[in-house]
Design a protein around this ligand. Structure first.
Ligand code: ZN
Length: 147
């Protein structure tokens, strides 16, 4: 295992043990909540996105859930990443993430763009785990479409 793999594995464990933005924020202002399940692994995520009064900027993303460390770490990393981004920026991030995760290890996530979530890049080599990593991102996409 390379040093980078070890670092990434530690980041995933750290986020799953100390999840960021865990606990749903008050349902006020422009917001939407999405509940997503991955029955294959038993992961569940309930994610709430709140949008600023400008209608464009993501005020915050909070979530609750249970399941494997990849699914929970991914939700934690995502909620940190998209706070303060615009809807358009978030949509671009989600699209790029999906593309990389489905690339079977061909496309790597850029750490400058994805921050801690770049640690999930290796998951794309394990097709059974891609849904775990995607779960929160699908929930955010769904929530933003309705917020
Ligand atoms: Zn899972």
């Amino acid at each position: 295992m390379s040093e980078l793999d070890t670092l990434y594995r530690e980041l995933i464990l750290d986020h799953s043990k100390h999840p960021q933005h865990f606990g749903l924020a008050e349902a006020e202002g422009a917001h939407a909540t999405s509940h997503q399940k991955n029955p294959v692994c038993g992961d569940e995520i309930t994610l709430r996105a709140r949008v600023d009064t400008d209608g464009e900027t993501i005020r915050d993303v909070t979530w609750e859930g249970s399941g494997c460390s990849i699914s929970q770490a991914s939700a934690s990393m995502l909620s940190e990443l998209v706070e303060g981004q615009t809807r358009t920026e978030a949509a671009t991030l989600i699209e790029g993430f999906r593309e990389a995760l489905r690339s079977r290890g061909q496309i790597e996530l850029d750490e400058d763009v994805y921050g801690d979530a770049a640690a999930l890049t290796g998951v794309s080599k394990f097709s059974a785990r891609v849904k775990c990593a995607m779960l929160a991102w699908v929930a955010l996409e769904d929530a933003l479409a309705r917020a």
